[in-house]
Design a binder for this molecule. Structure first.
Ligand SMILES: [Zn+2]
Length: 443
């Protein structure tokens, strides 16, 4: 009748039984598959009953038979016992990871599980609490200092579980990212603010770096458009209203009526090349590797220039590229020659060090005359007025030297594509300001 290795099975029973004695009894009306002894949990005691049944020592009533037929094939046999064992073993080792929304008596709470820890944010209380969390079978135990609370967990699916708290509350959890309506609340990512702060948010917690570079941890409690950040200790919190501009920008109006603009900033380094929000960046902060060498202006900016040149000609304006792609090696030689002539400090204001030149990207070009005598020419005026339509921006504008790291260059354009170039131009910001990055040599 049974194909189970008896010795191994009994050994497993004993090891599970050792801690199953710690389970308090708990009553709730939910019918669980595998809950053969009807104590409202699936545990090793169900296996004891099941085994007695299989050995002919115990009879099952109708409800118990339904609970015991785990694979639903209409028969209660050793395959169901094997499934029951899997359920118990699986739930023993399973703690949720990530952020989950709990719903206890119609009130939402956010649980951010880490490895063995959880921070619970209750928007109604406006306060977050840290706990260590561990599981013993289907019992989940939360501890914070001397405080301890526990609940029985039942997994409905990978994306949903139920906690039955010892105070009688049944709380259903669903995975935070699973719901389209909730995802707008999820601020996961790196945000740089108009006050020079950086919020690196993961789930409902994160790291805040202030203007002076001081780092503190925080939790946040979203409640619709109202957000409370609990920084460092839970006593230090700031609250405000979130106004979303688009997926990349939102503004917080703090309770003291000041406002702070948040800009999403995703910095990714692939093959040594830095992309900020998907935009390839070469400036004084971010260098290109020596082996990044497209060899010429990339085809898209080249054809955009060709179109721009043809249209300019119709207005009686003649445009040509005097410097396009420059390799890492060539830029290094160029920079050295300027340092020899003018000194390092002066050279750094107008020439890039190897790896730091936008010309190495294949996306930048100097038009007509790379010198201040180009400023105020009719060609320079036409270029400034029209380049955005073709996907270019004047990369180093007048008055922004401290931000871009370069003197005003009326002749140097950078290709961003039409849509993005327009967005940057309309913002009135330099690319550094638009992306909240800086441009400064580290040494
Ligand atoms: Zn240039």
């Amino acid at each position: 009748m049974t194909t189970i290795n008896k010795a191994a099975f009994i050994a497993a029973l004993i090891s599970i039984a050792a801690f199953s004695t710690a389970y308090p009894t708990f009553a709730a009306p939910i019918m669980l598959k595998g809950d053969i002894n009807r104590d409202d949990m699936v545990s090793v005691s169900d296996m004891v009953v099941f085994r007695s049944f299989l050995l002919g020592r115990y009879g099952l009533n109708e409800t118990q038979t339904i609970a015991a037929d785990i694979n639903g094939d209409g028969a209660v046999d050793s395959t169901d016992l094997s499934d029951l064992q899997d359920i118990i073993l699986e739930s023993r080792n399973k703690l949720p990871i990530g952020t989950w929304i709990g719903d206890c008596a119609g009130s939402k709470r956010y649980f951010s599980f880490g490895s063995g820890t959880v921070s619970i944010v209750d928007p109604n209380i406006g306060k977050s609490q840290f706990f260590t969390v561990e599981n013993e079978g289907d019992l989940m135990i939360f501890r914070s200092g001397k405080a301890e609370m526990s609940a029985f967990v039942t997994w409905d699916s990978e994306l949903s579980f139920v906690l039955r708290w010892c105070n009688g509350c049944t709380e259903t959890f669903r995975y935070f990212c699973d719901s389209k309506t909730e995802i707008t609340d999820l601020l996961t990512g790196r945000w740089v603010t108009s006050q020079g702060r950086t919020f690196e948010i993961s789930g409902l917690s994160g790291k805040l770096t202030d203007k002076s570079g001081n780092v503190s941890r925080f939790e946040y409690a979203p409640n619709g458009e109202n957000i409370t950040f609990h920084i460092g200790s839970t006593d230090n919190s700031i609250s405000g209203k979130k106004n979303v501009n688009d997926s990349m920008h939102f503004t917080m109006t703090w309770s003291d009526s000041t406002s702070e603009k948040f800009t999403r900033q995703e910095i990714e380094v692939r093959d040594g090349i830095t992309y900020v929000n998907g935009i390839l960046i070469a400036n004084k902060t971010y260098a290109l590797p020596a082996d990044y060498n497209p060899g010429k202006i990339l085809s898209e900016p080249q054809s955009a220039f060709d179109t721009m040149k043809a249209d300019a000609a119709k207005d009686g304006i003649y445009l040509s590229i005097v410097s396009g792609f420059r390799s890492y090696t060539y830029q290094g030689q160029l920079y050295s020659s300027y340092v020899n002539r003018d000194g390092k400090a002066a050279a750094d204001t107008y020439s890039a060090r190897a790896g730091h030149s936008e010309h190495q990207t294949g996306l930048a070009m100097d038009i007509n005359n790379a010198g201040s005598s180009f400023n105020n020419t009719k060609e320079a005026k036409w270029l400034a007025a029209n380049c955005v339509k073709y996907g270019f921006i004047i990369r180093y504008p007048l008055g922004k030297e401290d931000i871009t790291g370069y003197q005003y260059e009326s002749w140097h354009v950078r290709y961003l594509g039409r849509e993005l170039a327009k967005e940057v131009a309309d913002s009135g910001l330099t690319l550094e300001e638009f992306l909240c990055i800086d441009s400064k040599y580290k040494t």
